[in-house]
Design a protein around this ligand. Structure first.
Ligand code: NAD
Length: 519
């Protein structure tokens, strides 16, 4: 049998036929999984006969991707109790043994990347390259965290001694039951990443996926089980927003990693840990700017902005949704951006050539309609502006990638995270004005800059208020981080701790220090 083609960051390229052949095999397999009931921890005595939510594909509302069983209050309490019991022996397991299991999880994810990615395309509408990227990012994140644990000797270090009779030591130890609450848009990377970080560092973990990521999360749990993560050490708890709220409100939860909208994240930051300070990491929304200087390569800038604004139909937290262009090159840049936008292929996420797929649901379509009508009244639609879904080829929630111009720079479209394929462009006098406007937003997740002049690049890097910044990147002005390469975390309203996923300061967030002195 031919060796299976391994997707890696390096092989994630559009033109490799092996990648496409593999993904298409994955589509065939993932189709057989459609409509499955997703259950998590079910309390003894409870039946599976409780309300479930039918999740349909954003591409086609006629396709049921899953039926997500809602976890009951009893399931939640029992899941946390089971997790707390299992946690004792897991925390006592030598960290090197935990790494062996975690690395096995990463291998299983990579082995199944095609079918996991295909399922994700059907579940949340991510195109094939993006979905494969999400899956492989999850696997690489786990590998990176394992490497970090080793590089730091398990965060266990001898300390100085003042008394020769004493042995002293500092070690980072787990907190206990860790809740991971996940968004719909990265159902593998943003469930596997934080869950693995919690597990590797010795916590047990309860994972609450989004409805549009629950099926993918259930497949991740198959990998965890098969790799040998013991029962109770990792628990899946599907359900809606109320399940997430009940989970973080439970006193048995010792720490939380939340990824999602700023409104929900800030409510968790405020309310979690009322009895004593407990760790909460909240990775939240963005309103990511790109700045285009008059010294930029304008074609690279247009390509980078279009890819970041319209990749995954504008539903990345890192999506570029506002662009500040120095006036001298504004018209030329805009013409180029419009041309690139018009060339983007809109299509079913499993199609080989589709770049822009559907948005997640009818609420996103409604936000888009409202934004477009606002832009028509207060500015100008340079390209796009129409709802495309409802046809035989594109039956689901499809929207035309849209560039909006001529709005005042303080217009709400420069500040509201919409999570749809729409970006607003404004002319500015110079780099200083662009930086002032870029920073004049409470969010600070990603930012991009295009200029060929080093002094401008230095000024941008020095002054921009964002956790992840890119300069001169046609592949993505504000998007495209990879674990171990671009640590990913927000500043200001986009993130609560400033310690980024896929970076070297992430794992200690899941532990607390104990200093030990033994005579
Ligand atoms: P969301 O906030 O609606 O939901 C995220 C998760 O939180 C879901 O599982 C949801 O059920 C749960 N939830 C909702 N209300 C809750 C509550 N009161 N208590 C506890 N849990 C609750 O976000 P979404 O629409 O799934 O995802 C999109 C958002 O996520 C965007 O704002 C995007 O920018 C953000 N995001 C941020 C990052 C990052 O790294 N900063 C990454 C991906 C997505």
């Amino acid at each position: 049998m031919a060796e299976r083609f391994r997707v890696t960051y390096a092989t994630l390229s559009d033109d490799d036929p092996r990648l496409h052949a593999g993904y298409e095999t994955g589509v065939d397999l993932a189709r057989t999984w459609l409509g499955a009931t997703i259950t998590g921890h079910i309390s003894p005595g409870e039946t599976e006969d409780v309300p479930s939510v039918e999740v349909t594909s954003p591409h086609d509302p006629g396709v049921v991707v899953s039926r997500v069983r809602t976890s009951t209050d009893r399931d939640i309490a029992d899941a946390i109790a089971a997790s707390a019991r299992a946690d004792r022996s897991w925390a006592a397991t030598p960290w090197r043994d935990r790494l062996v299991i975690a690395r096995r999880v990463a291998e299983l994810i990579s082995d199944r990347s095609n079918e996991l990615a295909a399922l994700m395309s059907m579940e949340n509408g991510k195109n094939r390259l993006e979905a494969l990227g999400d899956v492989e990012e999850a696997a690489d994140m786990i590998r990176y965290y394992c490497d970090q644990m080793e590089a730091n000797d398990g965060y266990d270090h001898p300390m100085a001694t003042l008394n020769p009779a004493e042995r002293t030591r500092s070690l980072l130890r787990p907190h206990g039951v860790w809740a991971v609450i996940c968004p719909f848009n990265y159902p593998m990377a943003l469930s596997a990443g934080p869950a693995a970080a919690a597990l590797i560092t010795g916590n047990s973990v309860v994972v609450k996926p989004s409805h549009h990521g629950a099926h993918t999360a259930a497949k991740l749990f198959e990998c965890l089980r098969e790799a040998g993560v013991p029962d109770g050490v990792a628990v899946l708890l599907p359900g809606g927003d109320e399940v997430g709220a009940a989970l973080v409100a439970h006193p048995g939860v010792a720490g939380v990693t939340f990824t999602g909208s700023s409104a929900v994240g800030m409510s968790i930051v405020r309310d979690f840990g009322v009895d004593y300070p407990k760790p909460v990491m909240a990775e939240m929304g963005g309103k990511n700017p790109a700045i285009v200087s008059d010294k930029a390569d304008l074609d690279a800038a247009a390509l980078g902005v279009a890819r970041s604004a319209f990749g995954f139909a504008g539903q990345k937290c890192s999506a570029c949704s506002r662009v500040y262009v120095v006036a001298e090159v504004y018209e030329e840049f805009l013409a180029s951006l419009v041309a690139v936008t018009e060339s983007l292929v809109i299509g079913a996420p499993t199609d080989r050539d589709a770049f822009v797929g559907p948005v997640i649901d009818a609420a996103a379509v409604a936000r888009y309609r409202e934004a477009v009508s606002h832009a028509e009244r207060n500015g100008r639609i340079a390209v796009g502006g129409s709802v495309l879904g409802g046809s035989t080829a594109l039956p689901g929630h499809y929207l035309a990638p849209t560039v909006v111009t001529d709005l005042p720079v303080d217009d709400p479209l420069f500040h509201r995270e919409l999570f749809v394929p729409l970006t607003a462009v404004a002319a500015v006098a110079d780099l200083d004005e662009a930086l002032r406007l870029a920073n004049a937003d409470p969010a600070g997740l990603t930012a991009g800059f295009f200029s060929r002049e080093q002094s401008e690049i230095d000024r941008f890097l020095d002054r921009i208020e964002a956790g992840v910044v890119y300069v001169n990147r046609p592949a993505g002005a504000t998007t495209g981080a990879w674990p171990g390469v671009q640590p990913f975390g927000g500043w200001k309203r986009s993130g609560s701790t400033g310690k980024a996923g896929g970076g070297r300061y992430y794992l200690p967030e899941f532990m607390r220090e104990q200093s030990q002195t033994v005579v």
